[in-house]
Design a protein around this ligand. Structure first.
Ligand SMILES: [Mg+2]
Length: 272
């Protein structure tokens, strides 16, 4: 699961200073951002109540996710959230439903693929995790796609079967390489523009680091795309290079570390 957080950290500098260079350096200015904070909020929600849900229980579960988003936002208010999310998170009296089609649902979906073992449950939980902030088909599909990729990857499915499933289920075009699209790719944090290429960054990789490098060097929403690609890649390769772990671990706040460790231990999510 920390593969997602580390991807966010590595991509954070390049979200602002976009690069097309695959061999970009890890920058000392790198820091965890909203992607990590919200991923950890999802971990906390699941740690507090990891029960399976039925369709009827979706709204109740959605509320539990939303409460944690607001709580973790209040801990880390300057982590680079979108304006719509800030407005939602700072609303005092009610839990409003927002219909953002941004990639903020998908960026926090990695823990769902670790915590639940069936397709039905992963899809339901992903939908619940979007209900209050990303209540539209585009964002829900992106969130479900990322969580399902993690479930399939950790179950030892091949890249081909992951590609086939996501293509069929969500009608994503994943049949290209990073080099194919790099020249014309730019910054856009909508789900449909950024999440399928982030998944391709994983499909087109040969290890954890190459997945993150593929994602960042597209020159788009680098932290979120590296968070998604890195999270799936860790579930698939089950290994993160020591130099990346060492670089990123020191950038983490205690609140994030402690919840991450608790989650990884409980769900066997590759903490080391
Ligand atoms: Mg971010």
């Amino acid at each position: 699961m920390l593969g997602a957080v580390y991807g966010d950290i590595i991509g954070s500098y390049y979200e602002v200073h976009c690069t097309k260079d695959y061999n970009f350096p890890l920058r000392k200015e790198s820091t965890f951002t909203d992607d990590s904070v919200m991923t950890i909020a999802v971990c906390r929600t699941i740690l507090d109540n990891g029960e399976n849900i039925t369709r009827k229980q979706l709204k109740k579960r959605a509320y539990e996710y939303a409460v944690r988003y607001k709580q973790y936002y209040s801990y880390f208010r300057n982590a680079g959230y979108g304006q719509m999310f800030i407005k939602w998170a700072e609303e005092r009296n009610s839990m409003k439903v927002q219909k953002s089609y941004g990639n903020g649902g998908a960026m926090r979906a990695i823990p769902i693929g670790y915590a639940y073992d069936s397709e039905e449950q992963v899809l339901l939980q992903a939908k619940a995790s979007c209900y209050y902030t990303h209540n539209c088909k585009e964002a829900v599909h992106g969130t479900q796609a990322v969580a399902m990729a993690v479930l399939m990857a950790r179950n030892g499915e091949t890249k081909n079967s992951i590609r086939e499933y996501l293509t069929k289920k969500f009608r994503y075009d994943l049949d290209y390489t990073i080099e194919d699209i790099k020249p014309g790719y730019s910054f856009d944090s909508s789900t449909n523009y950024s999440i399928p290429p982030a998944i391709v960054a994983f499909l087109d990789s040969h290890d954890y680091e190459s997945a993150v490098r593929n994602a960042v060097s597209l020159g788009g929403d680098a932290d979120t795309m590296a968070c998604v690609a890195g999270g799936i890649a860790e579930a698939f390769y089950k290994d993160i290079p020591e130099h990346i772990k060492n670089f990123c671990w020191l950038k983490l706040d205690y609140t994030i570390k402690s919840t991450a460790i608790e989650f990884c231990r409980k769900y066997n999510a590759n903490y080391s």
